[in-house]
Write a protein that binds this ligand. Structure first.
Ligand code: GCO
Length: 459
């Protein structure tokens, strides 16, 4: 870190989105149905019956959104590509109109001097593959390789940063264990199969991305959590170990060549997994999964404070901030910027990645425009300020942190919460699709402009 709070001159400031959450055009130009189309069209799955059918209409309005990014001074834009737009049946015939959309988007970004950071998979699986078993069957990992080949052959000359998966832990556990995300399965054995096939898909895609985009960097985005025990009781400490294991180490360990953590194997068998569930790991799989990467993306929002639900465990709530909008977002996620510093430092020193990006960070507050059309989202400004400050400590500790992406550029479809939760630094009026910069966007623009921690928004 140089003095007076500046970031390294090549530090990348960006913003992130995801295909299903912003694109809309769910069945346009030859796109196939995805499992999130099916899930959101299933009554009772999404708050207020919201769907991603239109979302932010980014499929049509991307030129205006690129102008917004340019105005904010973003150096990079992290987006995901829709598998079902490229391979409507999940494999086989390529949909040229799908490729053409991402070509237009990427060319528009390059024209605006904004680096495209593509993520191949942000949870939206072609329904045709879901119908065959989705991530619970190994063939889906092979279909993912076909998808990676098709899109990187077409865009590998222009996209210089590729992430294979976004948060496989959410796809596996939210989608197949808790059943609150697509495809809505609640089965620990299917969830474990999905977790392995997702990682296998990642490993199969890496060499294809390297072949088709030889000058690009390749990585994966994980939501390795920052787990803390609510007290020093054995029960809480073990609960934190379990949470850190299932949501973090189960994914980052194999990616960094350590195989699946055995304490988690014991935990899941104790929770009902078949003792032979690891038979799905075939010879060579772990080597495939641990293909060397150029970066790891870390998504961070809050800490996971663990309190074991065990009789007689009377944990002392420690350091829990008092409930207030300053300290808790509308999703009731605690603002805990230290957790970002602790997590990045831990990942850097435990796994020695070549490079780390914070690929998502943000908070949900629904405050909208007031009478003068301004959005004074002061709590989100405070959230960003604290996390920018935390990254200064992280850089000072020698962590190879190379960039940061605010989640999200736009208010968008927040999965099971639909449009009731807003993470954007830009307000979206979903009736008119009008975009309005929030104070947090003005603040972020100031951070970018000065490449430093700042205290004020730029008017
Ligand atoms: C995630 C996803 C995003 C979410 C965001 C807020 O990290 O869960 O990548 O799609 O919208 O994190 O929940």
């Amino acid at each position: 870190m140089s003095e007076n709070n500046h970031f390294p001159k090549d530090f990348i400031w960006g913003a992130a989105t995801a295909a299903y959450q912003i694109e809309g055009a769910w069945n346009e130009d030859g796109k196939g149905e995805s499992n999130w189309d099916r899930f959101s069209h299933t009554p009772g799955k999404i708050l207020e019956g919201h769907t991603g059918d239109v979302a932010c209409d980014h499929y049509h309005r991307y030129p205006e959104d690129i102008e917004l990014m340019k105005h904010l001074g973003l150096a990079a834009y992290r987006f995901s590509t829709s598998w079902a737009r490229i391979l409507p049946e999940g494999r086989g015939k390529v949909n040229q109109k799908g490729l053409d959309f991402y070509s237009r988007l990427v060319d528009g970004l390059l024209e605006a001097d904004i680096m495209p950071f593509a993520t191949l998979y942000h949870w939206d699986l072609p329904q045709a593959l879901e119908d065959e078993g989705g991530w619970t069957v190994r063939s889906t990992a092979e279909a993912f390789a076909e998808y990676a080949e098709a899109i990187s052959k077409h865009l590998g000359d222009r996209i210089k940063s590729w992430a294979t998966l976004n948060e496989p832990a959410c796809s596996a556990w939210l989608g197949h264990l808790l059943g609150i995300d697509a495809p809505g399965i609640k089965d620990i054995n299917k969830a474990l199969l999905a977790s392995h096939h997702l990682l296998l898909a990642h490993g199969l895609a890496v060499p294809l991305l390297r072949k088709n985009a030889p000058k690009a960097e390749v990585g994966i985005v994980l939501n390795t959590s920052w787990a803390e025990a609510a007290s020093n009781s054995r029960a809480d400490l073990d609960d934190a170990r379990k949470g850190d294991g299932l949501w973090g180490r189960w994914f980052i360990d194999p990616v960094f060549g350590r195989g699946y953590p055995q304490d988690v194997v014991r935990d899941v068998i104790a929770q009902g997994a078949k003792p032979d569930f690891m038979d799905c790991v075939k010879p060579g799989d772990l080597a495939t999964i641990s293909a060397p990467l150029d970066f790891i993306g870390i998504n961070y929002y809050t800490r996971n404070l663990h309190r074991a639900a065990e009789e007689g465990n009377e944990p002392q709530e420690r350091f829990r901030a008092e409930k207030s909008p300053e300290n808790f977002s509308e999703l009731e996620w605690e603002k805990y910027a230290d957790g970002l510093h602790f997590l990045l430092t831990r990942v850097a020193f435990e796994y020695q990645p070549r490079k780390i990006y914070v690929t998502e960070n943000g908070a949900s507050y629904s405050i909208g425009p007031d009478e003068d059309g301004r959005v004074h989202d002061k709590y989100r400004v405070s959230y960003y300020r604290d996390h920018v400050a935390a990254m200064q400590r992280t850089l000072a500790a020698g962590v190879p942190l190379a960039g940061y992406f605010a989640w999200s550029l736009l208010d968008n479809f927040e999965w099971r919460s639909g449009y009731t939760q807003r993470f954007g630094i830009v307000w979206v009026d979903f009736e008119t699709q009008e975009r309005t910069l929030k104070d947090s966007a003005l603040y972020y623009r100031n951070v970018i402009k000065k490449n430093a921690l700042v205290e004020e928004i730029e008017q």
